[in-house]
Design a protein around this ligand. Structure first.
Ligand SMILES: O=c1ccn([C@@H]2O[C@H](COP(=O)(O)OP(=O)(O)O[C@H]3O[C@H](CO)[C@@H](O)[C@H](O)[C@H]3O)[C@@H](O)[C@H]2O)c(=O)[nH]1
Ligand SMILES: [Mn+2]
Length: 763
């Protein structure tokens, strides 16, 4: 602290442009190869006699592909990175700000408590003064096992936190740290350290045995804890009162101790919508407001442990640079996954997405909030805009508690805390966290939000199963900038789905949620026109919001391809080279596009296999999960059914000796009975039937001299290649095979399609 004066001019971070002119050049080339498709089709349509309605559809699809490419390259055009200098932080500020850390969990079966506990332990042990931290765990599953596990973990943490800080442990999630039997070789370890390490490992194994045991035996929790668990008796997961427990309180406010740890299970009643994760986040914001009211809030999913002990410090560099105070709303860390299967067989490690898209938007108005690994400014979440701060509206608002109550609900204590957050002042708290329990119970009640702005203008925004992008959009609309924190090693690590159905459920939720936003009043187009969302940022949002919607033109295009082969009419508007030199355009497009995407995989250190797996999964996902996502939004619009947030199963091996993954088929795609697999299976069968007709010479005679050409057959063959995981599923057994019911439905649909095509040629 004494060096404060001498070097306070050194910046806390640098913003580095990663613009790549060669890449941009190829992006433009691809654009100019895409454009001829729709243009040519129009010309061709005028000159030749072809079925016009089907050509119009193809034209619209191609126009869409070109447009989607334009918004993609606009998003990726000038990527930006930040380099942070946490060592300079204390030269900038006298005192680090407090951070409230939120963990959400929702289902002890899909989200094993041991995973949640490891995330909590890693948060408790971060390199940051413990007196400035508080960890709140929201349990939407209302599970006594989570509470029990947290209590046990808190005892363990009293040893773990000092151990990590004393020995400067790099990995503070114990299941990762102790994942090997012995200390890593190649280091000199002191006797004392070796002894402590061993003792710590034993402690952790005991803890993990207790937790896993509790999961297995469910009912039989140790009897000395009965008192704490009475509240869980005779309740249902969706029908229970609020349960809040202060598990540990850092009473003496000592920086080296362990941060506060609080368990929250908000009230749920079947009569009240609970809004899934967004609802949970809003309760966390309110309860923490009453207990610690930190100006910053970190939120992570239960599986996202802290992987870099300096994560909070890195984020603070980006949030605290004085000139930024007014501008930066939140600091997002990329989602990175641990123990990923080799070569990304499910195409869900999102490496390329984060590398190019997240850094790309970081170069515009700032990255999107992606639901986890994000440091929020509390007053931004409470709805303030940069203008409010400029005009001191927040100061004025803070004086009018009556007005605040209209937005934030009736709790007087909470409104006082909101006023403090608006003014940027520290709240005076009673001696003990326990004193705020009554008010906390009030704000965690399911009726608290009715008639307020929660979920509409304040807090996490409701109405979409991807509450993250929805909330992000509302923040950017106000003109806030955001920043991307990408320390090395990565700030957080989480689990990616490792089975076909789980991966598809997640993708379906994303497709659903993103489309829900697109068709809502939060559509970015309005925000660009009437709000402060920058044009290119708006286009970037448009890109992500069409996540699942793009399956529709893709499905149409693939169906048209099959149609053209089955009816023997031209698909691509280019004829073999004797007649049209433009024949080479689609070939060039195919080659250059694939080389372009391949280069992105190489540049991020991935293999050619990973690239190929991602290409395949991109098509499989589109034709299954995304189509279903679009269907569920359509059903919502028609008022037939509501969309639901289906929790992703976290099935990583987490025991400290994880060696059970000798399953050679770990990366093989798996199936279940879900209707998700119907469209993709149908599409595959249709393509196979079309190709069979070519092979066996069963195509009808071409009309007007133009039949389907070699390019069309190649396209179809390529598509079948991309659907390889599904093709294997046709012949697989057990979970590796497509269930018979799906197969029957798909065959029926495919035959129907072929018959329909043949009928149109005959008439
Ligand atoms: O009713 C619910 C449902 C979910 N969750 C929690 O939300 C988090 C994310 O759920 P998960 O099933 O793991 O979703 P993912 O597909 O992994 O999540 C990604 O996508 C979500 C939006 O769809 C974001 O909220 C997440 O942060 C982002 O990681 C988990 O901690 C859950 O416990 C709740 O608290 N309450
Ligand atoms: Mn997740």
């Amino acid at each position: 602290m004494d060096i404060k004066t001498c070097s306070s001019t050194l910046p806390l971070y640098e913003r580095i442009s990663r613009k790549n002119v060669v890449k941009n050049f190829f992006e433009i080339i691809i654009f100019f190869l895409l454009l001829p498709l729709p243009v040519y089709r129009i010309i061709f349509l005028r000159d030749h006699t072809v079925d016009s309605s089907y050509w119009l559809l193809a034209f619209l699809c191609e126009l869409w592909f070109t447009f989607y490419w334009v918004i993609l390259i606009s998003t990726k055009w000038n990527p930006v990175e930040y380099k942070t200098h946490p060592d300079r932080l204390l030269q900038w500020v006298d005192e680090l700000p407090s951070v409230d850390m939120f963990v959400t969990t929702a289902d002890p079966e899909l989200e094993p408590p041991i995973i949640t506990i490891n995330t909590v332990l890693s948060l408790l042990a971060v390199d940051y003064p413990a007196s400035k931290l508080a960890c709140y765990v929201s349990d939407d599953g209302c599970s006594p096992i989570i509470l029990y596990s947290l209590m046990e973990a808190s005892n363990f943490a009293k040893l773990w936190v000092p151990f990590c800080k004393k020995h400067n442990v790099k990995l503070r999630a114990p299941f990762r740290y102790f994942s090997s039997e012995s200390l890593p070789l190649g280091h000199e370890y002191s006797r004392e350290f070796q002894r402590e390490w061993k003792a710590m490992k034993d402690e952790y194994e005991q803890l993990s045995r207790k937790i896993i045991g509790a999961v297995v035996e469910k009912a039989s929790l140790p009897c000395d804890l009965v008192k704490d668990f009475e509240v869980f008796l005779n309740i249902e997961r969706i029908n229970h009162p609020t349960i809040i427990k202060v598990i540990w309180e850092n009473k003496r406010g000592i920086a080296d101790e362990m941060p506060h740890l609080v368990y929250i299970s908000r009230e749920k009643r079947p009569t009240h919508p609970h809004h899934y994760k967004a609802g949970a986040m809003n309760v966390l914001a309110r309860v923490s407001g009453l207990m610690t009211n930190a100006p910053f809030m970190l939120n992570v999913d239960c599986d996202m442990f802290v992987n870099n002990p300096k994560t909070v410090l890195h984020a603070m560099c980006l949030l605290l640079g004085p000139k930024n105070e007014k501008e930066v709303a939140f600091c997002q860390c990329p989602q990175v996954f641990y123990d990923g299967l080799k070569d990304d067989p499910f195409g869900n490690q999102l490496v390329v997405l984060f590398e190019y898209l997240a850094k790309g938007v970081a170069g515009i108005q700032g990255p999107f909030y992606s639901g986890t690994g994000c440091f929020h400014r509390r007053k931004v979440i409470y709805g303030l805009s940069p203008d409010d701060i400029e005009n001191n509206t927040n100061g004025k608002l803070a004086k009018d508690h009556k007005l605040l109550q209209i937005s934030f609900g009736s709790s007087k204590d909470f409104v006082t805390a909101v006023a403090d957050a608006f003014k940027g002042e520290k709240t005076e708290f009673a001696k003990s966290l326990e004193n705020s329990l009554e008010a906390a119970n009030q704000v965690a009640a399911c009726g608290y939000e009715s008639g307020t702005d929660w979920g509409k203008k304040v807090g996490w925004i409701y109405g979409s199963t991807t509450e993250d992008i929805n909330t992000s959009l509302i923040i950017h609309r106000k003109g806030w900038r955001t920043v991307l924190s990408w320390p090395d090693p990565p700030a957080f690590l989480g689990c990616a789905p490792t089975s076909g159905p789980t991966a598809m459920t997640q993708q379906k939720r994303w497709a659903t949620g993103l489309l829900e936003i697109l068709v809502s009043k939060n559509c970015p187009i309005f925000f660009t026109l009437f709000g402060k969302l920058q044009l290119r940022q708006g286009l970037a949002y448009l890109w992500i919001l069409c996540w699942g919607l793009r399956s529709i033109p893709e499905l149409c295009y693939a169906a048209l391809l099959a149609y053209s082969i089955i009816t023997n009419s031209p698909f691509l508007p280019f004829l073999p080279k004797s007649q049209e030199p433009a024949f080479y355009i689609p070939i060039a497009l195919f080659v250059i596009y694939n080389l372009y995407t391949l280069s992105e995989y190489f540049a991020t250190g991935q293999s050619i296999r990973a690239w190929w797996n991602n290409q395949k999964m991109r098509i499989v996902t589109s034709m299954s999960a995304w189509v279903l996502g679009v269907v569920s939004v359509a059903l919502k619009i028609l008022g037939i059914s509501e969309t639901v947030f289906e929790v992703t199963k976290k099935d990583q091996s987490t025991s400290s000796s994880s060696s059970n993954d000798t399953d050679g088929d770990a990366g093989r795609f798996t199936f279940d009975e879900s209707p998700i697999f119907v469209p993709v299976t149908t599409l595959l069968l249709v393509q196979l039937m079309a190709l069979a007709m070519v092979v066996f010479g069963m195509q009808p005679r071409a009309r007007g001299g133009h039949g389907s050409g070699i390019l069309d057959v190649l396209c179809s063959a390529w598509l079948v290649l991309c659907l390889w995981p599904v093709l294997k599923g046709l012949f697989g057994k057990g979970k590796y095979g497509i269930p018979l019911s799906t197969l029957c439905k798909s065959t029926a649909l495919a035959l129907l399609f072929v018959v329909w095509c043949r009928r149109t040629t005959m008439s």
